[in-house]
Design a protein around this ligand. Structure first.
Ligand code: SF4
Length: 123
């Protein structure tokens, strides 16, 4: 299968993505390769790609890290670890490696931009 066909297969997983988004995700984090993304179980791949696409446009993204030195505006009221975070307030990033965080369903964005999938499915 050609590279473009493989990219189009990935796009089918998250229908809002475009070819450029897939290449931006691969280039932006210096983390997973196309083969590694393609090799993920389908549900995990969907979660990873949709989260990676959100982080691409976030000011806290610093290479493959959610910068603990930068602050960003929280987008929802929610509980993050032991703390209740308020929409509109500023908080630091978590310091995590983004590719690891994005591909682990139980993780959540410290600004509420994406959710813990396991909590969502439990409700
Ligand atoms: S995890 Fe959240 S705060 Fe961190 S880079 Fe991604 S979108 Fe931004």
């Amino acid at each position: 299968m050609s590279m473009l066909n493989r990219v189009n297969e990935l796009i089918k997983t998250v229908k809002t993505l475009k070819v450029k988004d897939i290449f931006d995700i691969i280039n932006a984090y210096g983390a997973f390769t196309l083969d590694e993304i393609f090799g993920m179980e389908e549900e995990k791949r969907k979660i990873y790609l949709s989260r990676a696409n959100i982080c691409l446009n976030c000011d806290l993204k610093t290479e493959n890290r959610c910068s603990i030195e930068k602050k960003g505006i929280c987008v929802v009221d929610f509980k993050y670890k032991q703390e209740y975070r308020k929409k509109g307030r500023k908080y630091n990033g978590c310091g995590c490696s983004l590719n690891v965080k994005q591909s682990e369903p139980s993780q959540k964005c410290p600004l509420g931009k994406w959710e813990n999938i396991t909590e969502l499915s439990a409700n």
